[in-house]
Design a protein around this ligand. Structure first.
Ligand SMILES: NC(=O)c1ccc[n+]([C@@H]2O[C@H](COP(=O)([O-])OP(=O)(O)OC[C@H]3O[C@@H](n4cnc5c(N)ncnc54)[C@H](OP(=O)(O)O)[C@@H]3O)[C@@H](O)[C@H]2O)c1
Length: 295
């Protein structure tokens, strides 16, 4: 494999796993990998494996020329700036411009499923980034990452405690995927031969309704969990009463609306095609992580 690889967001949960899979699962030499973070001081473990670390902050456009110098393959891990003020798209566009100026050979980007048509409040960040990458003329591989199974840890502990899971997702389905299965597939996509411009949608092996997920949770934990089907408005009201900060509520409700309208029900074989390994099922994941559900 020619050229060096830079993984941005290397201290984050996904970025760190991608680097681990490059080194451990795919035996990419550490000298071919560069780990980028706003705070390289957090990358001691990665550095100890022989990986060069660099400061990468998309808010520091002036610093990106040095950060991307000599890089052939660049993974832009989407940031967590969800302020609704366009920050994330601006950050990603700065990264794409700097990649162009630095002569990066291929951009890899962590997008979301169906950004053209999704009801998720932050879908325009991903669509705008995909468009900026395409407009740059740089070869690209876009990974449209399905929702992590780990996202369920945000709502399930509370739902299990009360036995009731409020949802406006109706009978819509999602094929959640374990974060580590995404990381493995992305690492394989980066390390493998790349031809042309490609877009993958990374999903779990099976799509489930919220009721089906509740049944799987009960099977894993032995605790009863019933889904209380409500409207988007009632869900928002319940979140406000539960103390969810107001700016986050529209985004959380948009997840359920997006699911209900069938915008994230797709199941693809892209993870297995990329990594050679089928993604784990939700049943297996819940069984292995039931402690995290505080059950
Ligand atoms: N598919 C899903 O279900 C799902 C769920 C949650 C999030 N996401 C998206 O996927 C991304 C990766 O997920 P994760 O689990 O790894 O999230 P995470 O652990 O919260 O990581 C957030 C990432 O954003 C990076 N970042 C923040 N500000 C940045 C900046 N100014 N410049 C460059 N990088 C910046 C951080 O890198 P450093 O701190 O190392 O600089 C870190 O890698 C998230 O950031 C988010 O866009 C997807």
């Amino acid at each position: 494999m020619a050229g060096r690889i830079l993984i941005t967001g290397a201290s984050g949960q996904l970025g760190s796993r991608v680097i681990d899979h490059l080194l451990s699962s795919l035996n990419v030499p550490a000298s071919s990998v560069v780990a980028g973070s706003r705070d390289p001081g957090k990358l001691g473990d990665i550095e100890a494996r022989g990986v060069e670390t660099r400061r990468v902050d998309f808010d520091d456009e002036g610093g990106l020329a040095a950060a991307f110098d000599g890089i052939e393959r660049l993974l832009i891990v989407s940031t967590d700036a969800l302020d609704g003020a366009g920050t994330r798209l601006r950050q990603h566009k700065a990264a794409v411009s700097a990649a162009k100026a630095a002569g990066v050979g291929r951009i890899f980007y962590t997008s979301m499923p169906n950004p053209e048509d999704a009801l998720i409040t932050f879908a325009p960040d991903h669509l705008g980034t995909e468009e900026a990458i395409k407009a740059s003329g740089i070869a690209y591989t876009i990974f449209r990452n399905g929702w992590y199974m780990e996202n369920l840890f945000m709502s399930l502990p509370q739902a299990l405690a009360s036995g009731q899971w409020y949802s406006s997702a109706g009978t819509g389905k999602i094929a959640h995927i374990a974060r580590d299965d995404i990381a493995r597939a992305i690492a394989a996509g980066i390390a493998g031969p790349a031809n042309g411009n490609v877009t993958y949608t990374l999903t779990g092996p099976e799509a489930h309704t919220t009721d089906e997920i509740a049944e799987l949770v009960t099977a894993a934990t032995g605790k009863p969990l019933s889904v209380v089907h409500v409207s988007d408005e009632a869900l928002a009201e319940g979140m406000a009463q539960a103390g969810v900060p107001a700016p986050f509520i529209p985004t959380f409700v948009s997840f359920d609306a997006n699911t209900r309208e069938g915008k994230i029900s797709m199941v693809t074989g892209d993870v297995k095609d990329l990594s050679g390994q089928a993604p784990r099922s939700l049943r297996t994941f819940l069984e292995a992580n039931k402690a995290a559900l505080h059950a």
